[in-house]
Design a binder for this molecule. Sequence first.
Ligand code: CAA
Length: 259
Amino acid sequence: MKYQNILIKDISAHIRLITLNRPAQLNALNKKTIEELHEALKKADDDRAIRVVILMGSGEKAFAAGADIKEFMNFTPEEGRKLSEDGHKLLFDFIENMKTPVIAAINGYALGGGLELALASHIRIASTNAKLGLPEVSLGVIPGYGGTQRLAHLIGKGRAMEMILTARPVDAQKAFTYGLVSEVVPFEKLLDKAVEYAGYILKNSPQAIGLAIEAVNAAFTNTGLKKENELFGKAFSTSDFKEGTRAFIERRKPGYSVD
Ligand code: CAA
């Protein structure tokens, strides 16, 4: 399959780099990108030679700045719910349950769906210029690609609530302090660092790695994902959602109702 929005490169016989490649849109995750990522990740997971996948964004500015707001801003609540459901199935739950470990190398903004992509990955490292956040409520919507569940699992409910309700991104250093990323390195060293982590993984039993992922995931059954899915759709029926997404496109601050 020829991809439009992602790039594939084998760094070695066992390490595959998948790069999100819509830099002009800060690698925002539209439907096509999600479908292509699904295809590419499935192919990697089915290929016994590929034992680690590294995910990165093209350019220096963004890993991914979220779900594509322009694509979903006119969706009905049912279309919104389906967007979240399909995303879970094709990409976020899919990655979490792969037997091949996925390392997110966060090279800039990881916002909304972009951070959710990193959260679904098995290991996260960040460059010093990275900014990580779930700004969805600033748009009148909620995280819909697993962020309400996986962020709380990873860094605890209190910090997750802080990040989700304030919508404020954290810088790489704070993300490290929060336990959101394993390591922070300068941008130029990010890929090398991801390859170094891949090297540690490659020394181990591939079969045991797959079983370990399954066992760790068993402790986090994510029953809240269904609820997130439903509430994400519900947000699409609100006047705040219409105002928030329109304000983003018009590059102004949203004026939310307070009654
Ligand atoms: N969706 C669609 N387009 C996006 C986008 C997104 N999430 N993020 C950035 N872009 C586009 C911009 O519209 C702009 O496109 P044009 O040049 O065609 O106008 C281009 O990428 C460059 O972005 P900016 O000009 O805004 O760059 P900036 O440096 O001024 O700001 C930014 C960078 C702070 C990351 C800003 O782009 C931003 O706030 N982006 C949106 C972040 C966000 O809210 N993400 C959450 C999305 S909702 C979600 O993810 C839901 C879910 O959980 C399922």
